[in-house]
Unconditional design. Sequence first.
Length: 325
Amino acid sequence: MHSIGSTLGEKTMTKTRIRLPLVLVAMLLGIGSLGAACGTPVETASETGSETASTPESPPSKSLDELRLSAYAPLEGGEAVFYMQGWAYGFVPGERPQKLFGIEGFNIRNYVPVEDMESDLILASRELVFYTDPKSGEAISEWSNPYTEQTVEVFHIQNDPVNFRMRRQGESFVGVSLDGSRVYGPSAPPAEWDDYFVWHADVFPFYPIPGWEKNYTAAEMFDFYVPKAGLSSDPFETMVSWTRVGPWLPWLGMDGHEGLMVYHARSRRLSSWDDLPEWIRARVDQEYPQYRHPPEEVDVTGHNETSWTFYMKEMKRRAQASGGS
């Protein structure tokens, strides 16, 4: 829900199998297996100064950084499913914004250890999100563009993979590039809102896309609501708010048109796959079986899939199938 660099040594690893033994988790979190098994509080402070919270009734077994990571997926191994639902809008300066379609789907993920890098974890995932009719809520296969009055084919979000790599540095975890060569820095400490810790991430992607003249430029705003109860249990009730401001999707037929898109959605971690809406599970079984589980291997030399890279690949595949170049 995207070779290890020379700075990390001569050895390279292109794929790694999933499975996080408790010993490895304990090593990553800087705690002994006995302490982890007994639920001993971990007294740590990140480089940003955040500290472990505690309650008299239920002593914490995680630091804040450990809570943040376990909110994304189980650190001891296993899958997590995040269901999302929201809307996409068209925004043209000087015109009234328009609701274009709904968005509904999921991201399924797990942690994958990195071979020969005991300090690193990769959150490996794939996500499938359907564009839906604003009135009926049903997934659509074609869409009438109100700006061009043309009917276009719909390309649902099929991002496989979407990966994020983290590294333990001292007593905190920092984000690093997928190949491990660049360090992005630690997460800001969370705010405390009643029974929740709230982490935020404001991300501004800016990179070239093959086949497009301009760089992809966008803003993605995340708020992660993680229950404080997760300090001593698995935080199943994690919720996420997401807003994206970015260019027109490549299949809309809006090249050269002024304006942009605004997405606003919310997401929550489910207890199990069976908690997804039945129609989504049925579509996965019938058409997208690879999205039933997260990736079991990660190619650290690869790249995350996006709506733009998927569209380009699909257009190339169709051209080759029809005898084109």
